[in-house]
Design a protein around this ligand. Structure first.
Ligand code: AMP
Length: 287
């Protein structure tokens, strides 16, 4: 596996592959890689000739400096995992190369999607995400890019940006990889104490209970959301939002809608946990 930090060297390698007629997949990450990330890399390898994984802890998408400073740096472990997953190139640009003027002067904003739910709670987060993804796309010029459904709003936002800006890139979302007890894998799970970790699976279980109720005909989404938020709060979590939305445009779901996504975000100690379930109202099998 090639390791490149310099943007000009990356462009040179990409140009060489393109001249050879190779297709390229990009998997953007912030490092501290776990099986969720590695599954995206393997999925990328099945779909393109060359896989580039970027590792860049993007200061622009952190709304709290403390969170940015605490984010784990585990590059040598990450490189081993990527090598074993047959990644072709790991790209680790520096903050000063990505933002030479200290901050991005031009930002990419995705209206509506960027300021609801996670974007409402973390002001500026999605502006940071769309800006860095756009910059990475311009550097790597991939044919496809793979994202996790774990960050469903982020996936929708990137797909929207690519469509709106006519970028010739296919953005593919792959399913969430979970621990055996149902907790979605996340670099932030490492912030949980042993006790918090033992109650963490309750989050996904409670989301599942909402989906089951809706599929059994309960159309009172608001009551279901409130009751689960209360249950979670009573069990030691701090619920931020638990909301049923339409998949097609992320607007609040009405009782007529069929294709839905349940999105949740909760605090558990120092960790902010995200999860979601995409489902339809008439089928008991989740999508
Ligand atoms: P991050 O390093 O947290 O920015 O995540 C990089 C990519 O990995 C994003 O597309 C995430 O959605 C994806 N990802 C993170 N956790 C998981 C997971 N448990 N399953 C699948 N994809 C994931």
């Amino acid at each position: 596996m090639i390791h490149i930090s310099d943007i000009a060297l990356l462009r040179k390698q990409i140009k060489q592959w393109k001249l050879q007629g190779k297709t390229i997949a990009l998997v953007p990450t912030m490092g501290n890689l776990h099986l969720g990330h590695i599954t995206l890399v393997k999925g990328a390898k099945e779909r393109a000739d060359k896989v580039v994984t970027s590792i860049f802890i993007n200061p622009l998408q952190f709304d709290k400096k403390k969170d940015l400073l605490a984010y784990p740096h585990t590059l040598s472990d990450d490189k081993k995992k990527l090598g074993l997953a047959s990644c072709d190139l790991v790209f680790t640009p520096s903050v000063s190369d990505i933002y030479p003027d200290g901050e991005a002067t031009t930002r990419v904003e995705v209206p509506v999607l960027g300021v609801i739910l996670e974007g409402k709670s973390r002001i500026g987060h999605f502006s940071g995400v769309s800006t860095i993804v756009n910059k990475l796309f311009n550097m790597v010029m991939p044919d496809i890019s793979i994202f996790g459904q774990k960050d469903f709003q982020q996936l929708m936002l990137v797909q929207r940006m690519v469509a709106d800006l006519n970028m010739p890139i296919e953005v593919i979302g792959l399913p969430t990889i979970r621990e055996s007890d149902g907790l979605a894998m996340s670099s932030r799970n490492g912030y949980l104490t042993e006790e918090e970790r033992s109650i963490a699976p309750l989050f996904n279980q409670q989301l599942q209970s909402i989906v089951a109720s809706i599929q059994n005909g309960n159309k009172n989404f608001k009551a279901l959301q409130l009751s689960v938020a209360k249950k979670l709060n009573d069990s030691g979590f701090k619920a931020d939002y638990i909301e049923v939305r339409r998949v097609k445009d992320f607007q609040t779901a009405s009782t007529e809608d069929i294709n839905l996504v349940l999105l949740g975000s909760v605090w558990l100690g120092k960790a902010r946990l995200l999860d979601n379930i995409v489902f339809n109202t008439f089928s008991k099998s989740k999508i």
